[in-house]
Design a protein around this ligand. Structure first.
Ligand code: 9WN
Length: 434
């Protein structure tokens, strides 16, 4: 498909999912507003209709909690067909009464998205005024994690539900599924009525998900003691890399609008050191995740281990070596499989256990670009666009055949494809405003 037709098709996906102020991830599968989906959507909207990108961010912030937490889901009133619905979260501690949300968060992509969306506004005064308006709530959302989700003196942030990681059924979380937790109440799944169950998490995964929902809804996991004692608490390598990149991007915004840095340089250095000391695995040549209850790294290699490339937590040499190793281990796969085929638990068609995802590819490609690894970045961006051009704007793609899978008309697949076409990775320098 030539670029014009491709961009028109991508725009049509965003418009199909446009609910006025927010963009649902996919028509029937995900009918509410999701956190990191909306951050990616805002980047796509910024090319099509900049004020609409601003509305996307405002809508997401409308669900913010008094603690600063930005929820994983902001429920749309009266909309059914997704489970768990708002009835599983009876006491959302929202800033704006009447908002219904879930009680956990998702990877903090928003600050980086706000930075990018701002740069795509050509009028400097409009850009700066918008950044100044959203700066504080966006900063609160990021700092929520440092204030409420750390333990044991480490600055790393703990994720307390697989859904918070955004990579729900990643083989990294199998150790927790194996513990056999089950919720007290029975639950009904809505997802398998909409898409093929073979591409979705299994029943045992959902038992864990609903068990944790019940626990978190009853006792919020906040503060060092609660985090340390939580049934599921992990330092996710991708989540923490996203947090670090968000802090760096927020500091860039702060500098441009004349505010103090959101996170001081010394804190960033401490965070970076802890990230390397806790999560680097020399034998794998990749970062791994860390289980707080077991007090050890989780022995599973997945795309999350490449998150440091997006985060800017590694230099170009290390990034090059990490990716080299990753690619060698996935011969015969379309890039980037979300889990490695030589690992137990790999499934080329099941969600986060193997398939390639546009958002992961996009983050790694943009990270490579920022490190000056243009050739690698260009190859990965081209592979990503090839998957979408051939299969359509689906949720994910079979790790070996590239066949489109999961929900159709998937928002971030379209939004990030727009970004890759409109701002090709080889064109470095555009993100530095005059
Ligand atoms: C639970 C919306 C979300 C994404 C996640 C993805 C999937 C939800 C689900 O869909 O998770 O949050 O019901 O499976 O794993 O990354 O944000 O697209």
């Amino acid at each position: 498909m030539p670029d014009a037709g491709f961009l028109t098709a991508a725009e049509a996906v965003l418009r199909t999912n446009d609910l006025g102020d927010c963009t649902r991830p996919s028509p029937r599968l995900y009918p509410h507003q999701w956190n990191w989906d909306s951050a990616f959507a805002a980047i796509g909207w910024a090319y099509l209709d900049w004020p609409r990108a601003v509305r996307e961010v405002d809508a997401l912030l409308a669900g913010q909690w008094v603690t600063g937490m930005l929820p994983q889901i902001r429920y749309r009133p009266g909309v059914e067909g997704y489970s768990p619905g708002p009835e599983w979260w009876p006491h959302p501690r929202v800033r704006h009464p009447g908002e219904r949300t879930s009680g956990m968060s998702q990877p903090p992509v928003l600050p980086s998205a706000v930075y990018t969306v701002g740069l795509l506004q050509p009028d400097e005064s409009v850009r700066r005024a918008w950044w100044a308006r959203v700066y504080e709530p966006v900063r609160d959302a990021l700092l929520y994690f440092s204030r409420h989700r750390t333990a044991g003196g480490s600055p790393l942030v703990a994720v307390i539900h697989p859904w918070e990681s955004g990579l729900d059924n990643s083989p990294r979380w199998d150790f927790a599924v194996r513990k056999g937790f089950r919720p007290e109440r029975s639950y009904t799944r809505a997802d398998t009525a909409v898409v093929d169950a073979a591409g979705r998490p299994r029943r045992a995964d959902y038992d864990l998900y609903f068990y944790l929902v019940e626990r978190i809804a009853a006792f919020p996991v906040e503060g060092a003691d609660a985090v340390a004692a939580a049934p599921f608490a992990v330092y996710d390598a991708l989540f923490n890399a996203i947090w670090y990149r968000a802090a760096v991007d927020l500091n860039r915004i702060a500098r441009l609008i004349g505010r103090e840095p959101a996170v001081a340089d010394a804190e960033l250095r401490t965070f970076r050191d802890a990230y390397h000391a806790t999560l680097w695995n020399e034998a794998a040549g990749l970062f791994r995740d860390y289980d707080l209850s077991g007090g050890a790294q989780i022995p599973a290699d997945t795309c999350a281990g490449l998150g440091a490339i997006w985060g800017g937590l590694v230099d170009a040499r290390r990034a090059d070596a990490m990716l080299d190793r990753y690619e060698k281990r996935c011969a015969g796969c379309r890039m980037l499989p979300s889990a490695l085929p030589d690992e137990p638990g790999f499934d080329p068609a099941r969600y986060w256990r193997g398939p390639a995802w546009v958002n992961i590819n996009w983050m790694v490609a943009r990270g490579l670009e920022a490190l000056g690894l243009r050739e690698r970045a260009t190859v990965l961006a081209a592979e990503t666009l090839a998957l979408v051009r051939a299969g359509g704007f689906f949720e994910f793609f079979h790790a070996q055949t590239g066949a489109p899978l999961g929900g159709p008309d998937f928002t971030w697949s379209a939004a990030l494809a727009i970004d890759l076409v409109r701002r090709p990775v080889s064109f470095i320098g555009r993100d530095t405003p005059a």
